[in-house]
Write a protein that binds this ligand. Structure first.
Ligand code: ASP
Length: 228
């Protein structure tokens, strides 16, 4: 299997090039500029969720200041960014949550492994943006009911996404199918997916740490939650 994956990874860049070449020949070179806008939209959404939504949730429900929280999980974010894998980041996440945020082991050892597997807020957001983007490229209009289906399906697909690199884009097929957007559109975004995978994994693992802090507080076992 390892040899087979090695071979596939070796030819993958050529395959992606061929897919992008086919897309550019169909839609023209402008599509590449559009792709930059797509990536920027995903990144802005992730930044907003990471620092505003998670920061506020942590402050309101656990009493930890957002600055202290993000400082405490700095290493976790770095490893998630470089490995693109929530599973690979799990041990570091457990250690940082226990040592830096004062969350007891019995909370981290339940919440974080569960969160790493099913809680992928970054991936869900990315899948929703990607679906809307691909629909727009193909000129498909999405009504409000379809947009709600995208929300629901992105949530479910992200729960089913394995915590390893690149699975989010495979699960995207489910979301695209649910609103009849052509799956070939994935070829369009494949080229920029690695970087977006790195970014969304940071949000995925930070969401897990935030929930662990909130649960610890609600159980009354957060040790240093009120230190600013
Ligand atoms: N790489 C992501 C994670 O491990 C999953 C994905 O969106 O591909 O959290």
């Amino acid at each position: 299997m390892i040899k087979m994956v090695d071979i596939i990874m070796y030819v993958a860049p050529f395959g992606v090039f061929a897919l992008i070449a086919a897309t550019v020949s169909e839609f023209g070179f402008d599509i590449l500029q559009t792709l930059i806008w797509y990536a920027a939209t995903v990144i802005i959404g992730l930044l907003f969720h990471q620092f505003f939504v998670l920061g506020t949730l942590v402050k309101v429900f656990s009493g930890i200041s957002p600055l202290k929280f993000f400082r405490g999980i700095r290493e976790v974010m770095l490893i998630a960014f470089s490995s693109s894998s929530s599973a690979a980041t799990l041990p570091v996440n457990m250690e940082c949550c226990e040592k830096n945020l004062g969350i007891p082991k019995h909370i981290t050892s339940f919440v974080l492994p569960l969160g790493a597997t099913i809680n992928m807020d970054g991936t869900a957001m990315y899948q929703a943006v990607a679906t809307v983007f691909i629909a727009q490229v193909y000129g498909i209009e999405l009504h409000i009911s379809q947009q709600l289906i995208i929300l629901l399906m992105a949530l479910l697909a992200s729960v089913g996404t394995a915590p390893v690199p690149g699975v989010g884009i495979i699960m995207l097929i489910i979301v695209l199918r649910s609103v009849n957007v052509p799956e070939e559109g994935i070829a369009l975004i494949l080229g920029v997916d690695r970087f977006l995978d790195m970014c969304r994994t940071v949000v995925n693992v930070s969401g897990d740490s935030a929930v662990a802090a909130i649960i610890a507080k609600s159980e009354g076992v957060l040790k240093i939650g009120n230190n600013k």
